[in-house]
Design a protein around this ligand. Structure first.
Ligand code: GDP
Ligand code: MN
Length: 380
């Protein structure tokens, strides 16, 4: 689960990570009154759950109240990568002298949390990672010990040539690590971590903040779970969660209904391998009733990109006849006329086959057979 920059910054402040003086506003009027307690220039920042706001024109600096008004007007309601901006963060600006990157995430290959940092932070960090990976420093955080000061000191001296800044950096990365482990995050990121000067002293400050929580641990943090903004999530995924289905929307045209996450991934791989493009990941779970099957088909076919559906079930606890029943029910109730290929093996597969014999559904014997048939159906 992602949270907004302004929410992440609040967590930062609770963990003594420096941020600017700032406040959130939901309307132009509110923005104007919030601005009264801040000193210009003020940066107006779109609050949406995607990155790249700066490049999309969602971050603008205002030197006076007139500029602020016009920036807030242009940013509120703006569309950034399909999301509508409904709130803006107003923050006192600083004169940025350099932009660094620092983040903590899980590295699956290293089987551990890692601290990633770079002196080339800012809006082009993805580009830096691609073209000059040597500019990105990665160190493993031992899970039992946490990040040790000598580790961040080491990194700090590769980024800064000033002992004060290095100490700043140690404090920030230590606190960032505490957030990461305390709140069971999958990502905590500051980009840019900005360098600026006050009274000739150089300092670091978090200009942006990103926190992503591990959904599987959210139940341990009800106060964080309460920050969830359902309105900003993909509606089909919200619907799926309600029906107890694991669904992730993708941009292909072959809808997939599978039981088990592993089989679902394998099915998607196989579709790709045979030249197709999966429209989604969908795991209907171990025990599946006809109701669940109907809900799955409804969500799947609401996606207008879907041109054919592959049902791939390995029946264990899941009964193939339940799946077949649900499939027939869904086709009738939801008026589904798309080509459907079904591979149903395991518990009650004969009953399932009997149920589907007079239906328009194409049967497949194996996974590969199913994938080939659904791609053929797609091509007409
Ligand atoms: P993102 O594009 O969604 O990652 O949004 P950021 O919060 O990172 O802002 C994008 C860019 O705007 C930053 O890299 C900065 O260059 C600039 N920016 C943001 N806040 C400030 C600020 O307070 N002062 C100055 N001078 N620039 C800022
Ligand atoms: Mn940023």
């Amino acid at each position: 689960m992602k949270i907004y920059e302004y929410q992440a910054k609040e967590i930062f402040r609770n963990y003594n990570i420096p941020t600017s003086k700032e406040k959130i506003a939901f309307s132009l009027d509110e923005a104007k009154s919030v601005a009264k307690n801040l000193t210009f220039p003020i940066v107006v920042k779109a609050q949406v759950l995607v990155g790249g706001r700066g490049k999309a024109g969602g971050v603008k600096i205002a030197k006076d109240i007139n500029e602020l008004e016009s920036h807030v007007k242009s940013i509120l309601g703006m569309n950034i990568k399909g999301l509508t901006v409904k709130k803006v963060l107003l923050a006192e600006t600083i004169k940025i002298e350099a932009e660094y990157y620092v983040g903590i995430t899980i590295d699956r290959e290293k089987q551990s949390a890692v601290l990633i940092s770079s002196a080339s932070g800012g809006m082009d960090i993805e580009q830096v990672a691609q073209t000059s990976p040597e500019k990105i420093l990665t160190i493993v955080i031992p899970s039992f010990l946490g990040l040790k000061p000598f580790q961040s000191r080491n990194v700090g001296y590769q980024l800064f040539n000033d002992a004060n800044l290095v100490n700043n950096f140690i404090s920030i990365t230590t606190n960032l690590t505490r957030i990461f482990f305390d709140l069971d995050c999958s990502l905590v990121e500051i980009n840019p971590l900005a360098l600026y000067s006050v009274n000739n002293e150089k300092k670091l400050i978090a200009v942006d903040a990103k926190i992503v929580f591990d959904d599987n641990a959210l139940f341990k943090h009800p106060d964080m779970a309460a920050l969830r903004d359902i309105e900003s999530e993909e509606p089909s995924e919200v619907q799926a969660k309600k029906a107890d289905l694991s669904y992730v929307k993708l941009d292909g045209d072959v809808g997939c209904v599978v039981n088990g996450a592993g089989l679902a991934m394998a099915t998607m791989d196989l579709i790709k391998r045979h030249g197709g493009n999966p429209a989604n990941f969908l795991d209907i779970g171990g025990s599946s009733s006809p109701e669940k099957m109907r809900a799955a088909m409804k969500i799947l076919t609401a996606d207008k990109n879907v041109k054919a559906v592959l049902v791939n079930i390995f029946g264990g606890i899941t009964r193939c006849d339940d799946v077949a029943q649900g499939l027939l029910w869904a086709m009738k109730e939801e008026n589904i006329a798309l080509p459907i290929v079904a591979r149903l093996v395991g518990t009650n597969q004969d009953k399932a086959k009997a149920l589907l014999t007079d239906s328009p559904i194409t049967f497949a014997e194996t996974m590969t057979d199913g994938v080939k048939k659904v791609i053929k159906a797609l091509k007409g």
